[in-house]
Design a protein around this ligand. Structure first.
Ligand code: BV8
Length: 257
């Protein structure tokens, strides 16, 4: 029996697995950290090597593309081809397995790679778009992906973006840049899922970028139990009922029987 003056035991892996096992509707909310163990640098580390002289937040903007389309397109081509070369890790695979256990499971990701889908997760909502959905910056029509067999854009190399076949505008990455609105449909689906789930598992996000960072807070306000998986503390720590300080590929498989 715990003495009254004893510190409450911090909730742990066992408590998290129990919450997930009893949940009717689980939302899994992921950030760049879930792809880190696949070899995809996290957003704040996405500027490795020659890109390290740039600031991700400055490069991921319409202004940067306006100013130097080849630099921005080269960065996204380098990231797209890196994402194509790596494989989903045990964290992505565990999320895909969770769907077999929870009566209802929604995957909301801030990531622009396709590793959740390649791990077998079926309905994935991309809040910040995708590296695999380029479109015309002028007429917004979808464009084909460049043929990856072409020379790999080296780290830090500028690559002039292709022109649109319909209006000759420039093709841009199909991601949401800073200062751009998130896709309305994705945001609404995320808000409905967060406000109706009973457990929200947030994995590998610094919880700094809005309005996506509001999702775990919304879930907690509607009474869901928030479980956080991140090796580092984040602003979401106080929102989480359980904080599991570990990596996605280590912790997530232990949460799925
Ligand atoms: C908008 C696509 C308005 C591009 C990205 C309040 C409300 C609304 C907006 C704002 C607001 N305050 C400020 C804003 C503006 C801005 C914003 O939030 N700025 C921040 C920096 C303060 N938001 C916007 O501009 C948004 N747009 O609001 O528009 C509007 C409305 C109507 C009409 C017009 C305009 C758009 C934001 C989307 C930007 N695009 N991505 C691309 O990828 O290049 S966001 C970018 O950061 C990433 O995609 C990622 O999604 C996001 C967050 O990063 P994380 O995923 O968290 O990754 P990060 O590197 O930060 O952290 C990794 C974490 O993983 C760490 O915690 C680490 O510890 C952990 N980790 C590491 N290894 C592991 C691990 N975890 C587990 N396992 C491991 N192995």
């Amino acid at each position: 029996m715990r003495r009254l003056d004893e510190e409450p035991r911090p909730m742990d892996l066992h408590d998290a697995a129990k919450l997930l096992g009893q949940a009717r509707h689980v939302v899994v909310f992921t950030g760049a950290g879930i792809s880190a163990e696949s070899g995809v640098p996290t957003f704040r580390d996405a500027l490795t090597g020659l890109w390290s002289r740039f600031d991700a937040q400055a490069l991921a903007t319409p202004q940067a593309f306006e100013e130097d389309p080849a630099l921005v397109w080269g960065w996204y081509e380098w990231r797209r081809q890196l994402a194509q070369r790596v494989r989903p890790n045990h964290g992505h695979l565990a999320v895909a397995r969770m769907a077999a256990h929870a009566p209802e499971l929604t995957v909301l990701t801030q990531n622009v790679d396709d590793l959740h889908e390649r791990a077998g997760s079926s309905s994935v909502t991309h809040l910040h778009g995708s590296l695999f959905a380029p479109r015309c910056a002028t007429c917004t029509r979808a464009a084909e992906l460049p043929d990856s067999a072409e020379e790999q854009p080296d780290d830090g190399r500028r690559v002039p973006p292709p022109h649109c076949r319909y209006c000759d505008g420039l093709i841009r990455p199909g991601v949401v840049w800073f200062g751009e609105a998130l896709p309305q449909e994705a945001l609404e689906a995320a808000a409905v899922a967060a406000s109706t789930c009973d457990v929200l598992l947030t994995v590998g996000t610094s919880g700094l970028v809005y309005p996506a960072a509001e999702i775990p807070r919304l879930a907690a306000r509607y009474g869901a139990a928030v479980i956080q998986v991140n090796p580092q503390p984040t602003p979401l720590d106080p929102v989480a009922r359980v904080n599991l300080h570990g990596t996605a590929a280590e912790v997530l498989p232990a949460l799925v029987s």
